[in-house]
Ligand binder design. Sequence first.
Ligand code: SAM
Ligand code: SF4
Length: 344
Amino acid sequence: MRDRIGRTIEYMRVSVTDRCNLRCIYCMPEGGVPRVSHSDILTFDEITRICRIGSDIGISRIKLTGGEPLVRRGLPALLRMIRDLPGIEQVTLTTNGILLKENINELVSSGLDAVNISIDTPDAGRYKEITRGGGLSRALEGMEAALSFPGLQVKINCVPMQGVPADDYICLARMSEKRNVDVRFIEMMPIGPGKRLGVVRGGQIYSMLKDVFGEASVCTGRFGNGPAVYVRFPGFQGKTGFIDAVSHQFCGTCNRIRLTSEGRLKPCLQYGDGADLRRLLRNGADDERIRDEMRRTIYGKPDCHRFADSISADAYFSRAAQQNICRTEDGHIYETKDMSQIGG
Ligand code: SAM
Ligand code: SF4
């Protein structure tokens, strides 16, 4: 369906859990996020029902995310339930890759169309620092396992950080030289702990890469569900992508909504507004009522984010912000949750 300003909304990111087996410094506080009790998390049947009703109003592509989606037991079964829905054309996964190797067979046989694996550095020591204890070798094994399925589209996601040597990004980009894997650089967004860390611009990464690999050609066509711009360096098999969410605003062509693990339908990443679908589901609402609420939420999607004028990190971390009372001038509530709770 179209929203108030004519954007077609067809893609839903579904967070299946707030929990994670890593603690990336830009995404989660060191102590993790407050634990949500299992009964507050949507069940697989509830998630599938929302996806089914969403497909009635034009949602055709689903991304499973988290927290870390693979820490939720039985994820391949959920994937299969959603993939089997008429009207759902694609189900993909975003993961840190740590549990991917042991799950990949079942995921693929359940209908997984593509997987994004987050690897911010190819250096084991820095990986451990950035993820607060994670083992790079497990993530790489997960990537290799995914790449062993020729029909599965695999992308590597990296959020560049200040202070990390250029060689790390050159080495990550090189992964797509001889293999059919895309490596994407995502600008750090001022959300959660990422607010306190500076952004490394996509343009800076491109010039580091160009100095080594030469000028790249821009790839035309549609690749994936988002705003990434893809280029190909000379002789490379895979593409290099840039998601410059801070340098450029993509809101005019935004095609997505988000469902949190607790059942809040979020029309925009940066705002805390949204519909409490869990309450409706658990109070016996029929499909029509839920469909209406989804329509209303999508229709009222904010025109754009306000990363540029967003509240300062200090205000963000203050008690007031934590109590969800920081509002934009036009009355929207700023999101105070971390990316791991929103689903990236
Ligand atoms: N745990 C999974 C993973 O790491 O891929 C899925 C959830 S994670 C929240 C989804 C994506 O959001 C990851 O690629 C992560 O790097 C990215 N992310 C988290 N915080 C971010 C921030 N402040 N700015 C940009 N990307 C962020
Ligand atoms: Fe966990 Fe992914 Fe956030 Fe890292 S980016 S803490 S892996 S949810």
